[in-house]
Each structure stands twice: as C-alpha cells, then as structure tokens.
Design a protein around this ligand. Structure first.
Ligand code: NCD
Ligand code: ZN
Length: 344
C-alpha cells in the first residue's frame, strides 16, 4: 500500500499554550486535524466559561486562513469549581472539564487536592453530559512515579466511575497495562487516549545511554511490558482507545536543563508518527478508527466529512523548530525517520 486515505482525524488531547506560541502550535495541528481538545493548563488556568471562550478566540485568530479547524474547549477543575461553573460552561459550548490532581504535571499547582469535595461538580457534569478528562496519577510523594497511574486507578478513578455511572470519562494519555485493562473492563462510558510517544517508546528510551530530556513527559514512559499492552490495545481495534497526542511544547532550554520540563511536542508529525507505528504493528487498516471515528463517536460529535491522504514516503523529523519568539524547540522524534507523510 502506497497511499492511505482516511476520514479526517481529530486530536483528543493537546496543549496549544498561549500568546505568540499559538502562531506555532495552531497551524501545526490544523495542518492535519480538523478538531482538537485543548487543555486548559495555562498560567493562570482556564477555569470558567468566560476564560475558555476568550482562549478560544485567541486560538481562532491563529488558524491559517485556508484551514478548516475547530478548537474544542475545556475547563480546569479546581477546589473552587462550582455546579454553576459547569452549567455556564456547558451553555457556552465547553465540551469537557479536566481533572488534574494537584502537582501532577506542568502548571497543575492550582488543581484539585481533595477529590471527594468535587462530588457535586461530577454530579453536575453527569447531568449536563459534560465529559470528565482525567490526568490519572496520584501525587503523594511516597508513591513511586512509575506506580502513580496504577495507584490513581485503584484509589481514585474506580470510585468516581462507580459513583457516577452515567458520567463519560476519558482516562488521558494512558501508559500502563493496568490502565488498558481498567478501560477495557469498564462500561462504554469510559475510554482512553494514547500518545505516539507511549506507543513508540518505553523507559529505556528515556534513560539508557544518558538521560534523554526530549522523551520526558508525564505520565512518564514505563517499562516495555506496558508499551506492549498499549500496542496490544490498539491492535484489538477497540473503539475505547483513540488518538490524543498530548503534544506539549516546551522551549529547548527548558527541557535541556537541570530540572527539565515534561512534555513532547509532536504536532508537526502527529498523524505520521501514528501511521508509522500502526504500520510496524501490521495494523495500518486500523488507523482510521483510532484517529478519526472512535473519538467523535465517544464524544457524541459528528465524524468529519472530508478525508486526508497519507503517502508512503520516508522523511526525517527536523532536529529543531524555530519559534515565533526566536527561540527553538526540539520536536518529538527529532532526527528520526518516519515512513508515512501527509499529502498536502
Ligand atoms: C503536559 C504539559 O506540558 O502541559 N506535559 C506532559 O508531559 N504531558 C501536561 C500534561 O498533559 O500532563
Ligand atoms: Zn497533556
């Protein structure tokens, strides 16, 4: 097969950032995706309808004229979020609310420390049919970083899912066999996104032969049996698993640092990275479901009504990208070859 045409895909989890950075990130994603779920972890975080709509306008201003792209907005749950915030957000067109346990990841200091206190908010979300997007890691210092997803599922997520059976939940950027099993065994209200880095890499790619800061993201890459479980999950073709890149840009000097930031910037090669991986797994025929139909079906949104075409053509991901402010960023998989290219 030398050409593959699929329904146009969407990215169900990414970080656009704000300000000048939007001139870089929005065109990169709009190149290929028609919609994207935009994470609200700005500084300060996007916590209500008004902030989400203002952020949406800033994103829209950065969409290249020829591109058809719609940002899907989310709000950030904090200890102060109220039922009314959910009702107002839903009315304004916000699709989902994001749960970050406090301290879990980049800009999550404002996030939730007491999950139980959010029960009225989860109830309002279930009533309003607003999706809950979860960064599934506990943050207690005595829990090993490699176990944080598993422990979150056992101690927190299972209870939320039981207490709010009609709430649709996406466990985001899953990284473990435990998460795959939890999602596969849960009701059809529970789904998960999977990133290119967690399909393509394991923790050896982070730590063997020296620390590789550009492969550092959260949740952190796990051992190879977990990578294998994620690959097995996409091989099943189950509609519970779909594309979410977690593209999360950080300037080069902030990653190549004594305390480097977490996040991989994959937007310019996102669909190609997945195609490369699906081909290696012998399931290129399952790319369309994962990238273009499982996500909108779960979110209850229409599938896109146009297509994109990928060509079988090896190309090298650039070593660096220059940002609008003149500084540089090292994209995910920099200098590596991928075997498919989006036909523009
Ligand atoms: C994300 C970021 O940089 O905003 N980083 C990451 O490693 N994934 C935050 C997140 O999604 O956890
Ligand atoms: Zn993310």
């Amino acid at each position: 097969m030398n050409e593959l045409t699929i329904i146009a895909p969407d990215d169900w989890h990414l970080h656009f950032r704000d300000g000048d950075m939007l001139k870089e990130t929005v065109p990169a994603t709009a190149r290929c995706f028609r919609r994207a779920i935009v994470m609200p972890n700005l500084v300060p975080p996007v916590v209500n309808a008004q902030m989400a709509m203002e952020y949406k306008s800033r994103i829209e201003a950065a969409i290249p004229a020829e591109q058809n792209f719609t940002p899907l907005m989310t709000i950030y749950l904090t200890n102060e979020t109220t039922k009314q915030d959910i009702i107002d957000a839903k009315k304004a067109g916000v699709i989902a609310a994001k749960l970050y346990p406090a301290g879990a990841t980049t800009n999550s200091d404002a996030a939730v420390s007491q999950l139980d206190a959010l029960n009225p908010v989860f109830e309002a979300m279930a009533e309003q049919d607003m999706l809950l997007l979860v960064h599934g890691e506990v943050t207690e210092s005595h829990i090993d970083i490699f176990d944080r997803e598993k422990v979150f599922i056992e101690q927190k997520l299972q209870k939320i899912v039981q207490d709010f059976p009609s709430l649709r939940v996406v466990l985001e950027h899953i990284t473990t066999k435990d998460a795959v099993e939890f999602v596969a065994q849960s009701s059809d209200k529970i789904a998960a996104t999977i990133t290119p880095q967690h399909l393509l890499l394991n923790r050896n790619d982070l730590l063997v032969g020296g620390i590789r800061p550009h492969n550092f993201c959260l949740p952190v890459l796990k051992r190879n049996i977990h990578q294998q479980a994620l690959q097995d999950a996409v091989v099943t073709g189950s509609s519970k698993f779909f594309l979410g890149t977690d593209s999360a840009p950080h300037e080069k000097h902030r990653k190549e640092s004594a305390c480097g930031c977490a996040g991989c910037y994959s937007a310019w090669s996102a669909i190609e990275l997945y195609a490369h991986c699906f081909e290696e797994l012998g399931i290129i025929d399952k790319l369309e479901g994962f990238a273009s139909t499982h996500g909108p079906d779960f979110y209850g949104l229409p599938r896109n009504n146009d297509t994109v075409t990928l060509i079988k053509e090896a190309w090298k991901i650039p070593d660096e990208i220059t940002l609008p402010n003149g500084s540089s960023i090292v994209p995910f998989f920099a200098g590596e070859k991928v075997s498919w290219k989006l036909k523009i």
